[in-house]
Design a protein around this ligand. Structure first.
Ligand code: GSH
Length: 223
């Protein structure tokens, strides 16, 4: 039996969703973020040394890193579904977006989260304007322009086909959901990028997505 070690409000929601799309049985072991630090509890380190989510266990296999988990589950359980055929342009796009989500799209979104925390962190009154000044400078000069660059790029790519890998829904769309949901929560993704908004509306309407939400519990990404 596959166990998904699932942290609330996190990337592991994608793994639940993929398993629901595939109709593969699994169990969820839930972990709660620390309310102040937002970090995962220490018990997750007993499963994988980094103590981050998602992690899955499947028999003797313990696997972290959402892209690797998606590849593993699709390779072992999808029976050709949700992965474009080998040696096609769609398969190359599939591989590209599977890596792009965490490798390129997430870093500026994570920086945005970190600098908004720096900006709003409790600090002595004479430190606060300095912390705000630094955070605003980094956000305005680097992070926000980078997020806009990526959003424009993704918007353009979704103008070429319905889904990220092509006209068929694939596991790459599952992987791409998290950066887009994070961008909607804190990266300025709004109606000015209609293709990306329509992508989010389409995935949220999928029955498997809804079932995964019911299994995973609260899923509200940080602003
Ligand atoms: N690139 C990794 C990132 C894993 C990651 O950072 N997960 C976050 C949840 S979204 C986490 O566990 N945060 C809590 C912590 O770092 O303690 C992946 O895609 O799986």
């Amino acid at each position: 039996m596959i166990t998904v070690h699932h942290l609330n409000n996190s990337r592991s929601q994608r793994v639940l969703w993929l398993l629901e799309e595939l109709g593969v049985p699994y169990e969820v072991k839930r972990y709660e973020r620390d309310a102040r630090t937002m970090l995962a509890p220490a018990e997750l380190r007993a499963v994988h040394p980094l103590g981050k989510s998602p992690v899955i266990t499947d028999g003797a296999v313990t696997l972290a890193e959402s892209g690797a988990i998606i590849e593993y589950l699709a390779g072992k359980y999808a029976d050709g579904r949700l992965v474009p055929p080998a040696d096609t342009p769609e398969r190359l796009r599939y591989t590209y977006w599977l890596h792009y989500a965490e490798g390129s799209a997430m870093p500026p979104l994570l920086m945005s989260l970190v600098f908004s925390r720096v900006r709003n962190a409790p600090a002595p009154f004479f430190v606060r304007p300095i912390a705000r000044g630094i955070a605003d400078k980094v956000m305005n000069s680097f992070v926000s322009p980078q997020i806009r660059l990526h959003l424009d790029y993704m918007e353009g790519e979704l103008g070429k086909a319905t889904w990220f890998a092509g006209n068929e829904f694939s596991a790459a769309d599952v992987q791409m959901s998290f950066p887009l949901e994070a961008a909607a929560a804190r990266g300025g993704l709004d109606a000015s990028r209609p293709k990306l908004k329509a992508f989010l509306d389409r995935i949220h309407a999928r029955p498997a997505y809804q079932r995964a939400l019911a299994k995973g519990g609260p899923y509200e990404l940080m602003r």
